[in-house]
Design a protein around this ligand. Sequence first.
Ligand SMILES: Nc1nc2c(c(=O)[nH]1)N[C@H]1C(S)=C(S)[C@@H](COP(=O)(O)O)O[C@H]1N2
Ligand SMILES: [Mo]
Length: 313
Amino acid sequence: MPVYHPPRIPSSEITPRGVYLSRRNFLGTAAGLAAVGLTGHGALAAPLTAKPGAYKLDEPLTPLDAVTSYNNFYEFGTGKSDPKENAGKFKPTPWTIRVDGLVGKPQEFNIEDLLKYPLEDRTYRMRCVEGWSMVIPWIGFPLSALLDKVEPLGSAKFVSFETVVRPEEMSGQTGLFQALDWPYVEGLRLDEARHPLTILAVGLYGETLPNQNGAPIRLVVPWKYGFKGIKSIVRISLVEKQPETTWKNSNAREYGFYSNVNPKVDHPRWSQATEQRIGEGGFFSTQRRPTLMYNGYDEVASLYTGMDLKANY
Ligand SMILES: Nc1nc2c(c(=O)[nH]1)N[C@H]1C(S)=C(S)[C@@H](COP(=O)(O)O)O[C@H]1N2
Ligand SMILES: [Mo]
């Protein structure tokens, strides 16, 4: 995150959109949830069935190979290709998420059970704070569905999230130089967490999540900068006070708690007015497109009435 790395995705690695769409049709008819079987997690992705949701975009999908080879996942290194190269030995199953804190019914959830929730296709824009963006067809379910199960108390005002710590499987968590403090932590205000756009993703492009994208389960909050989308979550806690967040801890001047996409508020070291859509315009493209307020998700504006959006913190 401290440096902007221009994307280098050779067009030879690019999966045409049509390949995905025809495969998706096939999966929709031929593969049931029974086919998930979970053995496919990790190295081999397993197909997931999801109902086509209302969340579609009139923009081309970012090719699968770009989505899975140009990543930020500092637990596996800080380079864009590090996560794909280094996440091979990460084991996303078995997996449980603890949901606790200010709730009536604290619980542990197995990933197998979460995969049985009604899953939806959610194609969202993703805007990294570094100035690049993608369009990703996620599969997941609203975070609110999970929160309902644990019955948040009236005193709960925020939700905090935590990524797994496994130095033996995550090369970025070992060695002399470590980019961040672990575990990676994130947070949302409870009303942001309950917003229908906020999902826990368990898959993309019709299959379970690749390790480098945050297997087996990660947060997606499409109107916020990508770093809010914490990966490989093991714990979710309902809390009273605004929780700590990794990038604010690392550099509070540059990364705030709210971090809503806002083209009018520049990062201290670069403009946020435009973005490079990965895969658009070919290999060495410097083409940029305007960044949209709330990343185009204007329906969240009412969450922030009365707040100083200029500060965005
Ligand atoms: N645990 C963890 N989650 C993380 C990150 C990380 O380094 N560690 N990087 C964030 C950033 S900066 C971005 S842009 C998105 C990238 O998600 P993607 O690689 O699936 O596109 O993941 C976010 N979630
Ligand atoms: Mo990011």
